[in-house]
Design a protein around this ligand. Sequence first.
Ligand code: NDP
Length: 480
Amino acid sequence: MVQLQNYINGLLVPAANGQYLPNIEPATGQVFSQIPASDAQDVTQAVRAAEAALPAWRRLPAEERGRLLVRIAELIERDLEPLAQAESQDNGKPVSLARTVDIPRAASNFAFFGTAAQHFASETHFQEGVALNYTVRHPLGVVACISPWNLPLYLFTWKIAPALAAGCCVVAKPSEVTPYTAFLLSELCLEAGLPAGVLNIVHGTGPVVGQALVEHPSVKAISFTGGTKTGEHIARTAAPMFKKLSLELGGKNPNLIFADCDLAEAVRTSLRSSFANQGQICLCGSRIFIERSIYEPFKEQFLAGVAGLTVGDPQAADTSQGALVSEAHLEKVLSYIELAHQEGGTLLAGGQRVQVAGRCAGGYFLQPTVFEGLAPDCRVNREEIFGPVVTLTPFDTEEQVLAWANGTEYGLAATIWTRDLNRAHRVAHALHSGIVWINTWLHRDLRTPFGGMKNSGVGREGGLEALRFFTEPQSITVKL
Ligand code: NDP
């Protein structure tokens, strides 16, 4: 049984209380590792270590900080296969997905911010003959990074890398549900020679470790990705202490499929945006709105694609759908399938738990599920399910589909499918979504601002936005 450790002050250590929590492999339902059940004592030690490391780290030239981050990226690339296997075992996702998306992106996050630190410039405002105004961006200090279970190493590193690049020291908490690759990352940081205390990783539950981090007076900022309710709770705790907050929260993303689209491509990509990672990506499109004249052909081709998806052992090469992350999450998704029936939906595909034979007999598998006939404002079409469940709805006009697309409390991402360039831009501008993809999905350029509107979040990650978040601007004026 693998026993994970905290990474505090450059050492791999157990929780101060000596306690462990079981970590379950979703594909089998069996405990496969133990994680430290840390508490506020460990958080305090980690924050102290980060404070002690801060003066030297922030003074280090950006090129040297960058070189260390690029070294970590290289080590992640070297360990691509064991990291992909670990991510798949911990999360239930197909190992093929971890190998091609999660782990390469974790390496890119470090490489991108390692080099971005060297291109980060501050502004100068020159008033002819009067004054020179320039801006210095100071690292905020000790910051907290808290990440969810759906893209474990991918999202963990998406926060840590810019914080370190900006000259902050970090105390990070991965989700207790998927802690394994964060532990492997701590081993790689030791190998890379990252100075002690610059990055600290404390394992444990959200209400204990996460809460202690958010409450700690020395933590200057919190970069959080997770559910909207948790984000709200964090904001309520942190706001009276005037901490800086970046909150990446839930979504209920629409796909808008217009009749003039490339239908085959819209179907192919909508299958991915519906069921990639078992629908457990905040950017997945779960409400598919189709212009009425192509509703039937879209539905027919989409359902044929769903029938071709293989639910099974995440380790198998032909598996496209792995396990959901936990039994509790599976139960939550099943409760929404039940609700969809109650709300009058017609089940077109799936809807049932899948019993996989052999080593995965106890795993948390679910068929990819499609409903039609649900009202655009019913609960299933408004609340985040975060699983392999999508709805199909025909629409008649652009105004109608925009009203439906914008009709939830969320505003994270949307896709538009059309060959009409004018419409594409017009509709994109009218959508209340932080991210809009036209004729594509999940295309990412790490320089672009990433984040949601409305209850999908506050602030933006990515590129310069992330480096700005982890720094405090200071204006200095020199009289000429
Ligand atoms: P949660 O909000 O449950 O958890 C996110 C993280 O917060 C976990 O590390 C969790 O710890 C921790 N946490 C829980 N309670 C507290 C607390 N009181 N104080 C501090 N930290 C706490 O989200 P999930 O892990 O269930 O992730 C799924 C959600 O994440 C979905 O809503 C999804 O949309 C959203 N998400 C948003 C993204 C975006 O970019 N906008 C991207 C990916 C996901 P632990 O798990 O150990 O209890």
